[in-house]
Design a protein around this ligand. Sequence first.
Ligand code: HAM
Length: 408
Amino acid sequence: MVKSIQSLRGMKDIIDDDSKLFTYFIENASKIARNYGFSYIQTPLLEETALFKRSVGESSDIVNKEMYQFIDKGENDVCLRPEGTAGVVRCFIQNKFDKAGASKRWFYNGAMFRYERPQKGRLRQFHQFGAESFGFSSVYEDANIIMMIKDIFNFFGIKHKLVLNSLGCSVCMPPYKETLVSKLEVIKDDLCGDCNKRIITNPIRVLDCKIDSCKELLKDMPKITDSLCQDCNKDFEQLKQILTKNNISFDIDSNLVRGLDYYNKTAFEFVSSEIGSQNAIAGGGRYDKLVEFLGGKATSAVGFAIGIERVLELIKYSDINDDVYYFGAMTDEGIEKIFSKSYEFKAKNKTLIEYSSKSFIKHINNADKLGATIVALIGEDELKNDTVFVKNLKTKEEFTIPFKDFKN
Ligand code: HAM
């Protein structure tokens, strides 16, 4: 017998109810992004490896340990994208939007690849819904992005907590790092091996260590939020104020440093207490230096990405209003009226309409075969009384109501 081929570890098919949920999420999150002034962008899955090395950072785990990197047939060093921001920034520069001083707001969704150890909520191929905005230095744009994520989560009824930090800038971060390193040197023998490596390669990442004994020792380290320069401090205070004024609650965590090196000023994560240890459902922040760092003209930028698989764990398919409506008439005279009613439903729900009159039972069987969940019919009595007969094929509930009162 030939051994059947399985999907790769950490890579999943998305089928049945999961695929319905997946498209439901993308469609509605996209609509919200558009309402916020973002338009859709698609960039390639494969990019030059150097793009990620330079943007995400040589010392990050993503670049160091997790890249799907290979040499292609043309001897190019390429890599399956581990995240979406770098490609979008490359596109912004390549199309000379930086030179034109253009502001752009883009959203995207798609597969990302990280060679991590798979576990619940952690895949090697996963999907993100993200957005990047360029050319807005105002901290109101940081708030705009955070509000958009909140609107997305609220739309799907996803409970969440916002965690906020400021990572300073090229003025206040370097002296802070120096102080931090001097303090870390004192306790380094008691820190784990990874922390010891990071003291040299990327000291602020030490603050993010998940090992309990390290966490305990790191509690007494100086906080970046106490060392911010005037400009960063002003922005951070203003962001907190804007969020508070708009009833958006948050926690400040000065150890939130993020796993990607391009951030400055605002950094944030949204976490859920309902999905286990991989609890970050979205992350993002400001990256005002990245466009310039990748060879473009200095441009302010801020963005985020939501982990789609993680948020789909928090939405139940049964909670979605995905009713399919079936409209029909038992007499030819009823067709015109039921056709008009079906028009009221099409904007919100999948709606089927039968153009020829049939018996009640034929309509019900037909609707069932077509996958309808709600059947709305007009017979002689309904026409006379200006009513409509409605049957829910899932719950078997049925009733007759005034024609004008039947709405979705
Ligand atoms: P990130 O925090 O690395 O940020 O990823 C964003 C989200 O993707 C995470 O919060 C998580 O929900 C999801 N995620 C990450 N890794 C995995 C995995 N292995 N399996 C399943 N889900 C995962 C970024 O990628 C930045 N590009 C976000 C950004 C955009 N910052 C500015 N603009």
